[in-house]
Design a protein around this ligand. Structure first.
Ligand SMILES: O=C(O)C(=O)C[C@]1(C(=O)O)C=C[C@@H](O)C=C1
Length: 280
């Protein structure tokens, strides 16, 4: 009579060890591609290691195919750290984070999206972040070179018109809005903009972001959201200043055609990012 073997803890641990060993082997093989990536990018004219459009596509794909017991939070953070670290080993960079809204939420977001290998530098205001990123790009780095910045989306009492600092052509630009995967109870859900020195290639262009100013009070923007344009920041004074997001193919002329848009005297494109991938 044949005995059926009952599965024991050591069998399951053996299976876990085999899976871990395969995952580690695959990650090391992923690492072996880095030198070839650097060589191909150099042949294509160099440029930044950051490819935000590609990263957004990858995160969307991973979130769409995910199923099973492992929480999506875990899978998202593992891949964010893999991709950020692979970017880092192509070309070292630091993340400059605006801590004006408190340290812990921004630190959580930075570690969730960039891991612990990429150095994190805290700053008191968005302006200080923009200055640090701009300065890192001037140290002989090519286009998009240098560090990344992380600015909390939302009201900044101490630097109410921070977006105006992104308006000059050679100033840093918005390249991403995190988290990519938007869902209730995201563990690092603070909405943040990622800025870098201007990128020549591979930006994500679903959503365009603009800085706009004009004399006197701001126009009535209450109907703009329904027309595709969101007001993400607003500051009043002798001049009003708006931070606006719109579909990726909009330009200054399209913004001026909004009701009251004629009041926008100065408009500057200050970057673009991928559309949020929403999970209910
Ligand atoms: O696809 C690239 O261009 C890469 O450099 C690879 C990689 C990745 O690790 O998957 C890393 C950095 C980029 O921002 C996007 C993706």
């Amino acid at each position: 009579m044949s005995e059926t073997k009952v599965e024991g803890l050591s069998d399951l641990r053996g299976e876990i060890d085999r899976i871990d060993s395969e995952m580690h082997e695959l990650l090391m093989r992923r690492g072996d591609i880095i030198d070839r990536l650097i060589a191909v990018k150099a042949r294509q004219g160099g440029g930044s290691a950051f490819r935000p459009g590609r990263e957004a596509d990858m995160m969307r794909e991973i979130a769409s195919r995910h199923h099973g017991r492992l929480p999506l939070d875990t899978v998202e953070s593992i891949w964010r750290v893999i991709i950020s670290t692979f970017t880092y080993v192509q070309s070292n960079y630091s993340v400059h984070a605006d801590l004006s809204g408190g340290d812990s939420a921004m630190r959580d977001s930075a570690r969730f999206h960039f891991g612990f290998t990429v150095p994190l530098v805290g700053h008191p205001t968005p302006g200080a972040v923009i200055t640090a990123v701009g300065a890192s790009g001037r140290k002989g780095a090519e286009n998009g070179g240098g560090d990344l910045g992380m600015i909390r989306a939302g009201f900044h009492a101490e630097d109410a018109r921070w977006w105006e600092r992104l308006a000059a052509a050679d100033a840093p630009k918005i390249i991403a809005r995190l988290p990519f995967v938007e869902r209730p109870d995201h563990p690092a859900g603070t909405p943040v903009f990622i800025i870098s020195n201007p990128l020549a290639e591979a930006a994500a262009k679903d959503v365009a972001v603009f800085s706009a100013q004009g004399a006197g009070p701001a126009p009535d923007v209450s109907g703009w959201t329904a027309l595709g344009c969101d007001t993400l920041g607003q500051s009043e004074g002798e001049e009003f200043s708006l931070l606006l997001s719109a579909p990726g193919d909009w330009d200054a002329e399209r913004l001026r055609r909004l009701p009251g848009g004629g009041a926008l005297e100065r408009i500057a494109w200050i970057g673009s990012h991928a559309k949020r991938f929403e999970i209910q």
